[in-house]
Each structure stands twice: as structure tokens, then as C-alpha cells.
Design a binder for this molecule. Structure first.
Ligand code: KIV
Ligand code: NA
Length: 265
């Protein structure tokens, strides 16, 4: 695929090809992720944690998300760029939700937006879709509702919440969403949802029975080390590698070893 579109993702599901998705919040990282052939780049509101050091995703603003998204878009040649609508930019009413989505599309050049929730935000999703803006859903553990949940543990283990999740997933498909992220739910439930819907289900901590996987890039390359959920596979230990690079540099500066004769004018 030359350029990934929302339609490409549905085609991939139909062909049984899995979808790869990672986060990026800046130009340099996005260039590497895009160049590596990752299908979807998510400018996640996890930037609130990873980039800004907040404890939750709640504080990040729409302006800050747009800054991250515009930086990512400048790097992209192939990946589909999806941007999270941050907390507070879409929950109060559908008009505000549409205004926020329009700002993201116009000011960053991204290709789609992602919103957390099902039935509660149905009207907002419809309004955004009516304006021609593709919407990705996000169900299960939705971090913008962390103070309602009170815990980051697995969601939808009980029948009532599992049924609501299935209803919400179907509602999102019928409303016109092009894909749904399912976060931290039992693998069996996620597989059931993926098999019953025609749009791709992208999992994070949702097992292998879904249509694609997403991880936070900084976690999977091991730049962060405090976050250790079972679903996280680390492909690098960059925290350790970078720490030794920085301390080696510091030693070289202090010993006068850097710069050498060849490293000056
Ligand atoms: O913000 C984010 O990084 C996300 C993914 C974990 C799905 O929403
Ligand atoms: Na997010």
C-alpha cells in the first residue's frame, strides 16, 4: 500500500491482514515510525504522560494536541495519522466536538480523529462524521475516565460491562466509525467483537483475536521503565542504552576527551 487510508484498513481486515499502529508526538519519531512501515500513527493524548509528565491524560489541551499532530504530519509519507480529541474538547456537546475535530484537521493536516466512549458521545461522533471527518472509536479502558473507574485494571470482565461494550462497538460501527481501539479487555471478548464487526478492531491489551495492535512507542522501545503491564512487549531497552550514552558523553566532556582534534574546526 502506497498510502494508508481508512479504506485500506477495512480492506486489510477483509483480507485477514493485521494492522500495525504506534504512537508518535513529534517529527523525528514519526519519521522513523512511518519509514518502518507502521500502518497507523496515533498522536495519542498519552503525550500528556509521555511528553509532559502528567499523571493522567486529562490535562493535555487541544492546542497542545494540535502542536504534536502538526509535527507528526510533517514527517509522514505513508502512514494514516489519527489524533486523539483530548479530554474536555468534545464531551460537553456535539457542536463543540465538531469544532474541536475541525481544528485538528485544519491546523495539523491529520487524517482522522479518535474519541473515547460509545453511546454517551454518539451525537458528537455523528456530527463529526457528517462533516466528512473519519472517526476512530475507543472502548474498554478509556483513560480519560480514569477517575470514574478508579483503577487501570482490566475492563469488562463482568457480563454487564461486557454487554455494554458489545452494544457500544456495534453502535460505533453503525454510526460510521472506520475502526475501534479496544483497550485492556479480556481477549475472548475482544475476539468476539472483532468477529462480529466489519470494521477493524485494534487492540492494546486485548489479545490476539483482533485485527491489529497498538502500543505506546516510548513504552515498546523501553524509553519508559515504570510502566509494566502484562500486554507490553519491549523491543529495546533504550532507557539503559541512553543512560549509558549520556554518562559516557559526560565523562568525555569532563575528561577533555571530547571534542577531539577531528571534531573541531
Ligand atoms: O493515547 C494513546 O496512546 C492511546 C493508545 C494507548 C490507544 O489512546
Ligand atoms: Na489516548
Amino acid at each position: 500500500y502506497k498510502r494508508i487510508t481508512t479504506k485500506t484498513l477495512v480492506d486489510m481486515k477483509n483480507k485477514g491482514e493485521k494492522i500495525s499502529m504506534l504512537t508518535a508526538y513529534d517529527y523525528t519519531m514519526a519519521k522513523i515510525v512511518d519509514g518502518a512501515g507502521i500502518d497507523v500513527i496515533l498522536v495519542g493524548d498519552s503525550a500528556s504522560n509521555v511528553m509532559a509528565g502528567h499523571e493522567t491524560t486529562l490535562p493535555i489541551t487541544l492546542d497542545q494536541m494540535i502542536y504534536h499532530a502538526a509535527s507528526v504530519v510533517r514527517a509522514i509519507e505513508r502512514s494514516l495519522v489519527v489524533v486523539d480529541l483530548p479530554f474536555g474538547s468534545y464531551q460537553s456537546d456535539p457542536k463543540e466536538a465538531l469544532r474541536s475535530a475541525i481544528r485538528i484537521m485544519k491546523e495539523s493536516g491529520a487524517h482522522a480523529v479518535k474519541l473515547e466512549g460509545g453511546k454517551e458521545i454518539k451525537e458528537s461522533i455523528k456530527r463529526i462524521l457528517n462533516a466528512g471527518i473519519p472517526v476512530m472509536g475507543h472502548l474498554g479502558l478509556t483513560p480519560q475516565s480514569i477517575y470514574k473507574f478508579g483503577t487501570y485494571t482490566v475492563r469488562a470482565k463482568e457480563e454487564e460491562e461486557a454487554q455494554k461494550l458489545k452494544d457500544d462497538a456495534l453502535l460505533l460501527e453503525r454510526a460510521g466509525c472506520f475502526a475501534i481501539v479496544l483497550e485492556k479487555v479480556p481477549a475472548k471478548l475482544a475476539k468476539e467483537v472483532a468477529e462480529s464487526l466489519t470494521i477493524p478492531i485494534i487492540g492494546i491489551g486485548a489479545g490476539n483475536g483482533v485485527d491489529g495492535q497498538v502500543l505506546v512507542t516510548h513504552d515498546m522501545i523501553g524509553m519508559t521503565y515504570e510502566f509494566n503491564p502484562r500486554f507490553l512487549r519491549r523491543y529495546l531497552d533504550l532507557y539503559t542504552e541512553m543512560t549509558s550514552a549520556f554518562s559516557e558523553y559526560s565523562r568525555d566532556v569532563k575528561s577533555g576527551d571530547f571534542p577531539s582534534d577531528k571534531e573541531q574546526y
